[in-house]
Ligand binder design. Structure first.
Ligand SMILES: Nc1ncnc2c1ncn2[C@@H]1O[C@H](COP(=O)(O)OP(=O)(O)OP(=O)(O)O)[C@@H](O)[C@H]1O
Length: 331
């Protein structure tokens, strides 16, 4: 194992069982996160980002999910896919936490915030004694770190009594209240308006830096990823199509899908709305044997239709999966 890699996903495939057969969503993903590193997973809606992240937490419903043999999710060198449930619970309690897109769905509506926070502290095993006052003090401090005034009122509130932005801050506080090695933030700004989104991203960035944990930021937006992460993975329809250091992606985007995504970032140059990327994510029940972006790609060639593109290192640690570069480099 590479010791710098806290998480190392290798050739992961995930299929959903549906009434139409298998939806073959995640298509052999390779992705790693170093200790203390911040990475971004970027791609449009439906490309499999949440599915991949839930598999790390082992939160996918067993009854409807099939993970073909050959894939691995190594966390500190152990394959999460094979761990006994007890060890997995320990990882969820102490090592990895996840902030979901919807804070309302993440919080239990029938318990006060204080009760939910105390529960997390209790089960994390952070304190030797189960002294409730000590736990409340930790919760109070966690609320202060996410910059919500009057923590005692918050502790005594039910989730419905808080605004969307406050609820998402509480979820962040909960996920970083006890020490963690890895935080997965799955589009934490989605349910919020843009000014609050911005505050949430800044806050997350500062907290992750403070605590020194690794971060996977899942987002639709390359703009958000640019501000927050060291490296970016671009995902399209269950495939990682390009990955490199953040700066390289903006200086030298290689995959036609990445170029299309970059083109979708609004600019203040008065050129109006971009054309976007023509077409839709494919039907995962009938996946093409070739490049999944082929039907939407302006530069597609005959070979793209039937063969999966190889992953090519174009510059230092800048990888792209596209036949365009095979032809350029090898003919
Ligand atoms: N429980 C499920 N049963 C069947 N299909 C599912 C299930 N959950 C997700 N999918 C399908 O898997 C695909 C990927 O969904 P996923 O939520 O992982 O994408 P995403 O990239 O996170 O999208 P978004 O950004 O909108 O959250 C979609 O086609 C979705 O319909």
């Amino acid at each position: 194992m590479n010791d710098d890699r806290l998480l190392d996903i290798k050739n992961l495939q995930i299929w959903y069982r549906t009434y139409r057969g298998y939806a073959k969503v995640v298509n052999g993903v390779n992705l790693y996160v170093g200790r203390g590193e911040k990475i971004g997973l970027v791609g449009e809606s439906g490309c499999g980002k949440t599915t991949t992240m839930k598999s790390i937490m082992r939160l996918l419903e067993k009854e409807i999910v099939h993970i073909p043999d050959g894939g691995e999710i190594l966390f500190e060198g152990k394959n999460i896919l094979n761990l006994p449930e007890r060890e997995m619970q320990d990882i969820r309690r102490r090592k990895i936490s996840m902030i979901s897109q919807s804070p309302m769905a993440a919080l239990n509506p029938v318990f006060k915030i204080g009760e939910q926070m105390v529960d997390i502290i209790k089960y994390s095993g952070l304190l030797e004694s189960n002294n409730k006052e000590d736990m409340i003090e930790i919760a109070r401090n966690a609320i202060k770190t996410v910059m919500i005034p009057d923590p005692d009122r918050i502790l005594n509130s039910y989730p419905y009594q808080l605004s969307g932005g406050m609820r998402q801050r509480i979820c962040i506080a909960m996920s970083l209240m006890t020490p963690r090695d890895l935080l997965i933030a799955d589009e934490p700004g989605t349910a919020l308006d843009v000014t609050i989104q911005d505050q949430i991203y800044r806050l997350l960035n500062e907290l992750v830096k403070d605590k020194g944990c690794s971060l996977i930021m899942v987002t639709h937006s390359l703009g958000v990823a640019r501000e927050l992460v060291d490296r970016i993975y671009v995902m399209y329809a269950g495939d990682i199509v390009e990955t490199c250091k953040t700066k390289n992606l903006f200086d030298n985007p290689l995959h036609p899908y990445t170029q299309g995504l970059l083109d979708c970032i609004p600019r203040l140059t008065g050129r109006g709305l971009s054309e976007g990327i023509y077409g839709y994510i494919p039907d995962y029940h009938v996946p093409t044997p070739g490049c999944r972006f082929y039907p939407r790609c302006k530069e597609a060639m005959e070979v793209c239709k039937n063969e999966k593109p190889p992953v090519i290192e174009m510059e230092n640690e800048h990888y792209v999966a596209c036949f365009k570069y095979v032809t350029e480099n090898f003919t």
